[in-house]
Design a protein around this ligand. Structure first.
Ligand code: PNS
Length: 169
C-alpha cells in the first residue's frame, strides 16, 4: 500500500489545493493531507478552522484523510509511513521554495517529493492572494471550496474588530 502526504498551511484551502489532492489520490492508494504550521507565516484562520475546511473540501475524494500536525513534517512522514510528499507547482515562481523544502524533507526523512502541475485554469489561485482580495472586499467564492469564503470573511471581520493588535497577516 502506498501512502503520500500533501502538506500545506491551507490558510485557506483553495480550489488549487483540492486539485492537487485529487491528482495525488489518483497516484497513491492513500493520501493524508497534513495541515501544518509554516513558521514564515502568521495564519488568519485557526488550525481548527483550517482543518475543518480542508476536511469539507476533500470529503468526496476516496482514500483521502486529513490530519493536523504542528511538528516537523519529516517526523510526520516517518510516523505515517509516507512513500512520497506530493506538492503542486503553479509555475516557475513556486520552484525555488518548493525544491528547497523537498531537499530538506529528503535530507531529514529520506522521503521524496513528487511535483504535479496543477490545472492551468487554477494557476492564479494562491491562499495569500485570496486573503488579499477578500481583505479589499473582492469576490473569492469562485477561488475556494464551498464555505471557505464565509470563513475568511468572518476571520477578517474578527481581526478588524480586534483592532491593530489583531491585524497581522
Ligand atoms: O502551504 P505552505 O505554507 O507553503 O506549506 C508549507 C509547509 C506548512 C508544508 C511547511 O512550512 C512545513 O512543512 N511546515 C512544518 C514544519 C517543517 O517541517 N518545516 C521544515 C520544512 S522543509
Amino acid at each position: 500500500m502506498s501512502l503520500a502526504v500533501c502538506p500545506g498551511s491551507f490558510d485557506p484551502v483553495t480550489l488549487g489545493h483540492v486539485d492537487v489532492v485529487r491528482r495525488a489520490a489518483g497516484m497513491f492508494d492513500e493520501v493524508v493531507v497534513a495541515v501544518a504550521h509554516n513558521s514564515a507565516k502568521s495564519p488568519l484562520l485557526s488550525a481548527d478552522v483550517r482543518m475543518r475546511l480542508v476536511w469539507d473540501a476533500v470529503a468526496g475524494i476516496p482514500g483521502v484523510s486529513v490530519v493536523a500536525t504542528d511538528g516537523l513534517l519529516a517526523d510526520f512522514l516517518r510516523q505515517v509511513g509516507a512513500v512520497a510528499v506530493v506538492k503542486g507547482l503553479r509555475g516557475a515562481a513556486d520552484v525555488d521554495a518548493e525544491v528547497a523544502m523537498a531537499l530538506m524533507n529528503r535530507h531529514l526523512s529520506g522521503v521524496e517529493t513528487v511535483f504535479v502541475a496543477g490545472d492551468s485554469a487554477l494557476a492564479h489561485i494562491a491562499s495569500s492572494l485570496v486573503k488579499d482580495v477578500a481583505r479589499h472586499g473582492g469576490p473569492i467564492d469562485d477561488l475556494v471550496p464551498a464555505g471557505v469564503g464565509d470563513a475568511v470573511r468572518s476571520a477578517l471581520r474578527a481581526r478588524a474588530e480586534a483592532g491593530p493588535e489583531g491585524s497581522g497577516r
